[in-house]
Design a protein around this ligand. Structure first.
Ligand SMILES: [Zn+2]
Length: 122
């Protein structure tokens, strides 16, 4: 029985019936290629999220901030990581460990959760 290598398309005699690559070199090439493809897709989004997170962090000492101040600093409201509704029924929106909560129409409170509770029930 012969298998076809997923990387170089050569046929090879596998050591295991389900072997997908003719060599460890082909296996590594294939995996690296896929990793870098995913990296190029996710990196621009991660960069925005990371920038947002650092902007929130820079305003954390101030505690309260005008929505336009965040915008001026380059905050992009379209990119956040997660959110929840707190006991007061207010939405808390996060970029990783830093988040914000609307206090009134123009003011946000910056929130820090050093240890994020991940809801894994989804
Ligand atoms: Zn190969």
């Amino acid at each position: 029985m012969k298998n076809k290598c997923k990387q170089c398309s050569k046929e090879f005699k596998p050591n295991r019936w389900d072997a997908k690559y003719c060599s460890s070199k082909c296996k590594n090439s294939y995996n690296n290629r896929n990793k870098s493809r995913a990296y190029h897709i996710t990196k621009p989004i991660n960069d925005i999220l990371w920038k947002n997170r650092n902007i929130l962090r820079s305003f954390y000492r101030k505690q309260e901030v005008h929505v336009n101040e965040l915008k001026r600093a380059g905050f992009n409201y379209n990119y956040t990581t997660h959110e929840y509704i707190d006991e007061q029924k207010t939405r808390v929106t996060f970029c990783y460990d830093f988040g914000f909560q609307q206090i009134n129409s123009n003011t946000l409170k910056i929130i820090y959760h050093g240890k994020i509770q991940i809801d894994e029930s989804y």
